[in-house]
Design a protein around this ligand. Structure first.
Ligand SMILES: [Zn+2]
Length: 640
């Protein structure tokens, strides 16, 4: 006790005792509700919960399980599991009785549909576990059941009922497609995308092992991993990743790709959503067994995606497939940035952030969230788009499987969850701020056996300053880690007005001291607007935000060219904050820019004032008349 007192005195005496640059360590995701999102992001999320999740017609999405009329090998059975993936965590967060009523209603319907064999789905026996999306549907059903289990006390009879139902589904899959399965072929050979879709069941199989500790589920997971890594014509998710084969180039290694253009294919290893879902299973398996090469493959793949696919708005994929999207993002590619890819990407980097503690994953999550993710959600927060281009207009998605919904609308709510889970974490002894949004944190740090609390006050990323106030009642020493984004070249951090030394972009700034209630941490990020030039096109970012011109500003032709070589890559730009013309636009800026090709005329040589908004606000009316543009053509010269 005396020692502790001495230590406290020493720390108090020197003010800030440690401001170190640190790599991260593995963190644990906190219980939902420990972090409460406020401000504009909290309002968006709450509106989405109210208008989207609570308005989901659970009767409609569970009816196929009872009716069992599927003959077209479609994916009607994914919608309930996806709903539960967000609904149950958000019920834990909100404790909303109406949402819980919908959840319970759906859960009982799903359980009622379970056959004596354990099967939950809508395919006839002769089509089960084969072509199409039957295994994929069971994957989501297992996830839905385990989300229900996780949200209740383990002793709750309903929790046990959910876990038993999940076990029975898995037992059925093992019986049909396991090592001695009745179907006589391997699980990876079922379904679409060269085994990716079905093999992604690995994730809930490991979840089931974690919750039951029944070795047969770990054995089945091991069997799946073997097929996902060792079969020459199979998914090949290990060796191709570790050999550095980029995600768009993984066909032709033991498999023969089908011609691109269709929506669903038996072969091809380029489907973004399903591939990342398999790696999500790899990370779970690594956590359960310590098999590090699988984590390495997930990390390598994630790095390849960052390097080759993620565009300026944090989105990726054309027609749901990897396509070296970085170098093609200025072009009008088909069906860009599927929302399923966006939310799966956010889950993937959120999980890697948790496992590795590397802040670059938080950079990626932030970029995706504030740009493409929020862009995909409509103003009323009741619907997610399926595709969102970088240049064009936004619109509603399709109807899938003869139902009035689609995969993207079902996946959308999961994005807010990834943001919420990553915002604030702990490695057991440090308070780790990964993302900056108005919020309150009240969190138990197990290694200190103490609870800490904070409030974040900010309108970041509209502005670059963040104020964190320590709300912990007990005065005590601990470490606060602040993520400094890689894009923030010059960041200032202050504690109670005193600058902290050694703040470096792309790392955590760790501050160890004795914290007293009311202590204030201030962060000032570098929000310089920067130009990005690629293939004779230019785009602009401000902090994590991609900027766009939008026809609502009524400031001329948004497609007008920039003058040849008038702007250099990385150039700092002078963009001024202005009032938005409508409440739908979150951030608005004006800039005087070298636009227009008639510069042989003296008047045409002068710069033009045009307006920009954040990409998420662009095209927000979801109408063809409300066009927007992120990448602007620059003139070519005769020698180009
Ligand atoms: Zn989708």
């Amino acid at each position: 006790m005396k020692k502790v007192k001495e230590m406290k005195r020493a720390i108090l005496g020197t003010g800030i005792v440690g401001a170190a640059l640190v790599a991260g360590a593995a963190t644990t995701v906190l219980p939902y509700g420990d972090v409460r999102l406020k401000g504009p992001m909290g309002e968006r999320m709450n509106l989405m919960i109210e208008h989207h999740l609570k308005a989901t017609d659970v009767d409609y999405i569970t009816a196929p399980f009872l009716e069992k009329t599927e003959r077209g090998r479609r994916w009607q059975t994914e919608f309930w599991g996806k709903f539960m993936h967000a609904a149950m965590p958000f019920w834990t967060y909100t404790q909303d009785a109406e949402l819980r009523k919908h959840i319970d209603f759906g859960f009982e319907r799903i359980c009622a549909s379970q056959e004596p064999s354990g099967y939950i789905g809508n395919y006839p026996d002769e089509l089960r576990c084969g072509e199409g999306w039957d295994v994929w549907g069971m994957k989501y059903t297992m996830m839905g059941l385990m989300h229900y289990y996780d949200g209740l006390a383990p002793s709750d009879p309903k929790a046990q009922k959910a876990l038993t139902a999940a076990r029975r589904v898995c037992d059925y899959v093992i019986g049909e497609l396991g090592p001695n399965g009745k179907r006589g072929y391997h699980l990876w050979e079922s379904g679409n995308w060269n085994g990716f879709a079905s093999s992604s069941i690995l994730e809930p199989v490991v979840w089931l092992y974690n919750r039951t500790k029944d070795k047969k589920y770990l054995d089945f997971a091991t069997y799946l991993v073997k097929d996902m890594t060792e079969v020459e014509a199979g998914p090949r998710l290990l060796d191709l990743a570790l050999k550095g084969i980029s995600v768009a180039d993984r066909n032709g290694y033991g498999n023969k790709a089908e011609t691109h253009g269709g929506y669903v294919m038996k072969r091809n290893r380029w489907k973004a959503y399903e591939m990342m879902s398999c790696y999500q299973g790899f990370i779970e398996y690594y956590e359960a067994t310590g098999r590090k090469d699988l984590l390495d493959a997930a990390v390598a793949t994630c790095d390849q995606i960052i390097r080759d696919e993620i565009n300026i708005a944090g989105g990726s994929a054309s027609s749901e497939a990897w396509f070296h999207g970085i170098r093609k993002q200025h072009l009008p590619y088909e069906r860009l940035q599927e929302t399923c890819v966006v939310t799966t990407w956010m889950r993937f980097v959120e999980k890697l952030l948790q496992v590795t503690g590397d802040p670059k994953y938080a950079d990626e999550l932030e970029k995706a969230f504030y740009n493409i993710y929020l862009a995909s959600l409509n103003r009323n927060a009741d619907e997610f788009a399926a595709y969102t281009p970088l240049n064009g207009y936004r619109s509603r998605g399709h109807h899938h499987c003869a139902m009035h919904t689609n995969c993207c609308n079902a996946n959308g709510p999961r994005g807010f969850l990834a943001f919420l889970r990553a915002l604030f974490q702990t490695d057991g002894e440090a308070a780790i701020f990964n993302l900056y949004a108005s919020s309150s944190e009240s969190v138990f740090l197990p290694k200190l056996n103490e609870k800490v609390a904070f409030d974040i006050y900010t309108i970041y990323p509209a502005e670059g300053n963040v104020r964190i106030v320590n709300h912990t009642v007990k005065q005590m020493p601990f470490t606060v880690k602040l993520r400094i984004p890689a894009w923030s070249a010059k960041t200032t951090v202050k504690v109670n007005g005193k600058p902290v030394e050694g703040v470096k972009a792309g790392t955590y700034c760790a501050i160890t001291r004795t914290w007293t209630i009311g202590d204030v941490v201030e962060i000032f990020f570098d929000m310089t607007t920067r130009a990005h030039v690629m293939n004779n096109h230019v785009a602009f970012t401000r902090g994590p935000i991609a900027l766009a011109r939008d026809t609502r500003f009524n400031d001329g032709d948004i497609n007008e060219v920039f003058r040849r070589r008038s702007i250099k890559d990385g150039q700092a730009m002078d963009f001024a904050f202005v009032r938005a013309p409508s409440e739908d636009i979150w951030m608005a800026y004006s800039a005087s820019l070298p636009i227009g090709s008639h510069h042989e005329h003296p008047d045409g040589r002068r710069p033009q004032t045009v307006f920009f908004c954040d990409y998420a606000s662009a095209g927000d009316l979801w109408q063809p008349s409300n066009a927007y543009r992120v990448w602007f053509p620059m003139e070519y010269g005769p020698a180009d």
